[in-house]
Ligand binder design. Structure first.
Ligand code: CA
Length: 235
């Protein structure tokens, strides 16, 4: 028997909550739901869900505080589902530890794809929370060879600087997820690094010139304007 993943839906609008539950159940997930933050926290601590879908606007507390609460002790993937479409809301949720952010209204196939990506990521994480640094990332002709520290496009080796390679490999390790500028800067240059998006933008422009056929319409690395970058899902 297949073990079903258990997804907790934290959403105060009953019709949205039951709609999401129906979609997930039809796609072989177990679901449970909470309309409030306080009940959700009880369910998280007692049931340890495999993934959390979180509405930010709840009647009793802000969703961001739920993200912070969970991240104190758990790497359980959290996908924010919110009507708030401001860049600062996305940045705040992702920096607090959310894995992904979907803006309402959304399509069910998009929701299911994001859930698959988030769950796959928890599987590729090592138990200590770090990420496997060996093997290869492959997507539509782009190959990142982590063992050889090499990037290939359509079989051709691409010459990247050290910083460019670090940026590409970081995005590859978290493929499918939006990484905020601050997160990338901290990962690449340490927690004390100055938050300077300009350096990232210059590096990204150079990377795109080297790996994308048309840098103005990238197919590998996407910009979430004002938020960060996202690597395309692997093949
Ligand atoms: Ca709400």
């Amino acid at each position: 028997m297949k073990i079903k993943e258990k997804i907790l839906i934290i959403e105060d609008e009953a019709n949205i909550s039951s709609f999401i539950a129906a979609v997930l159940e039809a796609n072989d997930y177990d679901t449970m739901a909470s309309p409030t933050g306080s009940k959700a926290i009880t369910m998280i601590t007692s049931h340890c869900p495999d993934l959390i879908l979180l509405d930010l606007g709840l009647p009793d507390m802000d969703g961001i505080s739920i993200i912070r609460f969970v991240r104190e002790w758990s790497t359980c993937p959290i996908i924010v589902i919110s009507a708030r479409n401001h860049e600062r809301d996305k940045v705040e949720a992702l920096d607090a530890g959310a894995d992904d952010y979907i803006v309402k209204p959304f399509g069910t196939s998009e929701l299911l794809a994001r859930i698959r990506t988030a769950i796959r990521h928890t599987r590729t994480h090592l138990p200590n929370g770090s990420i496997a640094q060996s093997g290869q990332f492959k997507a539509m002709g782009l190959v990142i060879d982590y063992d050889k520290h090499q990037v290939l496009v359509d079989g051709q080796s691409v010459h990247l600087t050290q910083n460019e390679y670090k940026l590409v490999s970081l995005l590859g390790k978290y493929a499918g997820r939006v990484l905020t500028y601050d997160f990338i800067i901290r990962q690449l240059w340490g927690p004390k690094a100055k938050s300077d998006n300009q350096i990232l933008r210059v590096n990204m422009a150079n990377i795109r010139r080297k790996i994308e056929k048309n840098p103005a319409e990238p197919k590998y690395i996407f910009t979430e304007i004002g938020v960060g970058y996202r690597m395309v899902d692997p093949d």
